[in-house]
Ligand binder design. Structure first.
Ligand code: T4K
Length: 403
């Protein structure tokens, strides 16, 4: 837990004062279970002498996840990246898969590992999710599948995109790495498209340290996924061309079961922190907070800001550096955009003008700390520092230019 140093609250670390926080204040959820609960669940693993290969804790976690997400199958995996690759294989999608350009690089990398290529689609600047007009244009030009992404605890235009996938006859699956616990028109994310993939990385709402889960309502796809995941735990042998090791261990599942017990209270806590940020930063020129998009309930996984340089008085990158000096570990997801970063910047030619909305978001979006380590008082101090940085923008910029 970071300790605010109240003596430095009126001055800025970038200008020579002590940092506002004595330890880094991160953006991830980063929940650690109660030590006693951890000990007792790990004791059961030691008593059974069973570490991995579809053990009882993984089976229990899968049952509980399927019930919660209202799906026929929840298939736990080592991480979301391999889960996404496994789905591409299980659905036998073709070579060219449409993905939003504004996403974590793993979305697109999951395709490369299975010999497929991303086709980058622009995003809607208001929602940060797939721009359906551009998506339709790409489908007209010819593509084999859509890998849609649900970001920041929100969702893309799920129903519109499902309709487009049906109309163009292409499979649709979702990267829902950031969307565990959110709902669209009363339905949990997890049951849309042909399959969805969640990340249970430590920084996510639902956490197995590393890990993830694939959900699907299709029995044949589920059996293919179980066969691709490993040579163990096969319920029914179905032919698959390639297998992987995507198994989740009992140790991961043990943490996952504890995480699932508390995930609702953690989402409610994040919502309160969101509200605090919104009221503290309301009306600050050049800073806009994005509400979770297209969902009727959100996990509030991330606090997302957009910084407009002329109105704010400095660029997003300058604010980012000034916050880091305070030990406020804001992040610039996703900078550079994946289409401008290796390997995709060399593999795929994307002109300067091709993805203007994505390029703009890559230059303006900033995540602020949220999650288990952030206390309400920390939000107050982070916001105070942001207001102060803005007030002293000319001096801050001069200092940054000299570094
Ligand atoms: N699709 C999307 C849309 C995704 O966002 C992601 C993952 C994926 C696919 C792939 O899912 P996985 O294959 O990872 O399951 C993080 C996460 O590693 C990654 O899971 C996540 N998205 C991505 C957006 O963020 P980094 O490199 O920013 O994390 P890192 O290590 O810098 O940690 C963030 C902060 O938390 C730092 O200040 C350090 C702190 N931290 C982190 C960990 C892990 C701790 O204090 N303790 C910890 O244990 O990638």
């Amino acid at each position: 837990m970071s300790t605010p140093d109240m003596n430095s609250s009126s001055d800025l670390a970038i200008l020579g004062a002590l940092p506002a926080f004595s330890a880094p204040l991160p953006v991830g959820q980063l929940d650690f279970p109660d030590w006693g609960d951890y000990e007792s669940v790990f004791r059961s693993i030691f008593e059974r002498q069973y570490y991995t290969n579809q053990g009882p804790l993984v089976n229990l976690l899968e049952e509980r996840l399927a019930a919660r997400l209202q799906v026929r199958h929840a298939i736990c995996v080592t991480n979301a990246t391999i889960g996404l690759s496994m789905v591409a294989e299980a659905l036998e999608v073709g070579a060219r898969v449409i993905v939003p350009a504004f996403t974590f690089i793993a979305t697109a990398q999951s395709l490369l590992w299975t010999g497929r290529m991303p086709v980058f689609c622009d995003v809607d600047p208001q929602t940060h999710h797939l721009d359906v007009v551009h998506l339709k244009q790409l489908l007209e030009e010819g593509a084999d599948a859509i890998l849609a992404v649900n970001l920041w605890g929100g969702a893309c235009s799920v129903h519109e995109i499902e309709a487009l996938a049906r109309r163009y006859g292409v499979p649709l699956y979702f990267d829902s790495a950031q969307a565990f616990g959110s709902t669209v028109r009363g339905r949990p994310i997890g049951g849309f498209g042909r399959a969805e993939v969640f990340s249970f990385h430590a920084t996510k709402m639902m956490n197995t340290t590393e890990g993830g889960c694939i959900t699907t309502n299709e029995d044949v796809v589920a059996e293919r996924l179980r066969n691709i995941r490993s040579s163990y735990g096969i319920r029914k042998m179905v032919p698959v061309d390639r297998t992987a090791n995507g198994r989740m261990s009992e140790a991961q599942a043990a943490i996952g079961l504890l995480s699932l017990d508390v995930v609702d209270s953690r989402m409610a806590r994040n919502r309160d922190l969101h509200d605090a940020y919104r009221s503290e930063l309301a009306g600050l020129p050049g800073l806009k907070i994005l509400a979770p998009q297209n969902v009727d309930s959100s996990n509030y996984q991330y606090l997302i800001c957009e910084i407009e340089e002329p109105e704010f008085g400095m660029s997003r990158d300058e604010l980012h550096r000034a916050l880091h000096a305070e030990n406020i570990v804001a992040r610039r997801y996703f900078t550079p955009g994946i289409h401008r970063a290796p390997p995709f910047s060399t593999l795929i030619r994307v002109s300067e003008e091709a993805l203007p909305k994505t390029d703009r978001l890559c230059a303006t979006v900033l995540q602020l700390p949220l999650g288990a380590r952030v206390r309400p008082a920390d939000v107050g101090l982070v916001c105070e520092k942001i207001r102060r940085i803005q007030k002293l923008a000319p001096a801050v910029r001069e200092r940054l230019a000299g570094l």
